[in-house]
Design a protein around this ligand. Structure first.
Ligand code: GRF
Length: 202
């Protein structure tokens, strides 16, 4: 399955996908695209021999113009699936519709709890006993699309945002490759009614 991965930062989730592909995940990572020229994830891609591209949103005079340029760049690689992995941009409805059912995102919370930013601190402030990460199909609702898989971690006494984030990140690196595997193997998809369909027999 040809995929394109979008990043903005460190790219540890990208690295998990790269490592999984090396170990047999049936994907062909066609390109890694970042909106941040200095994203460390670009170095990870280069080390793995994966083509990289930077589309700096500061070079565009509107969100729509950036998203149109981004879609054209993504489509030039003809991916069957697009992964947002630490991609810190809010996408326009037209862009999201264009990739409906074939774009995933990872969000560091047990959605629908804590959509948006600073999820670990917010979970601590809310005295949550559990926290985690979610892989979901991208829809027009920010951090709100149909959920594919979630991982839970305990919130422990003495946790601060950094400790909790590290515990969640470990799980992210397990569930993201697993969600991609299910789609690459044709076992999971999003139907026309926006429901996640899992076919265990496929
Ligand atoms: C992680 O918290 C992830 O959940 C979110 O961005 C953060 C960094 O991810 N998507 P990465 O290390 O850049 O993959």
């Amino acid at each position: 399955l040809p995929i394109v991965v979008l990043i903005s930062g460190g790219g540890t989730n990208l690295q998990a996908i790269i490592d999984a592909a090396r170990d047999g995940l049936p994907v062909d990572i066609r390109a890694v695209i970042s909106n941040q020229p200095d994203a460390y994830g670009l170095q990870r891609a280069k080390k793995a021999g994966i083509p990289t591209a930077v589309l700096d949103h500061r070079d565009f005079d509107s969100r729509e113009a950036f998203d149109q340029g981004l879609a054209a760049l993504i489509d030039s690689f003809q991916p069957g699936l697009v992964l947002l992995a630490g991609f810190m941009r809010i996408l326009t409805p037209a862009f999201v519709r264009h990739y409906q059912g074939r774009m995933l995102n990872i969000h560091p919370s047990l959605l629908p709890k804590f959509q948006g930013l600073h999820t670990h601190q917010r979970a601590l402030d809310a005295a949550e006993k559990e926290h985690g990460a979610s892989i979901h199909f991208v829809t027009e609702e920010l951090d709100g699309g149909p959920i594919i898989i979630q991982a839970r971690v305990p919130v422990l006494p003495g946790d601060d945002a950094e400790k909790l984030a590290a515990r969640v990140l470990e799980k992210e690196h397990i569930i993201y490759p697993l969600a991609v595997r299910w789609i690459a193997e044709g076992r999971l998809s999003l139907n026309g009614a926006g429901q996640v369909v899992f076919d265990n027999q496929a």
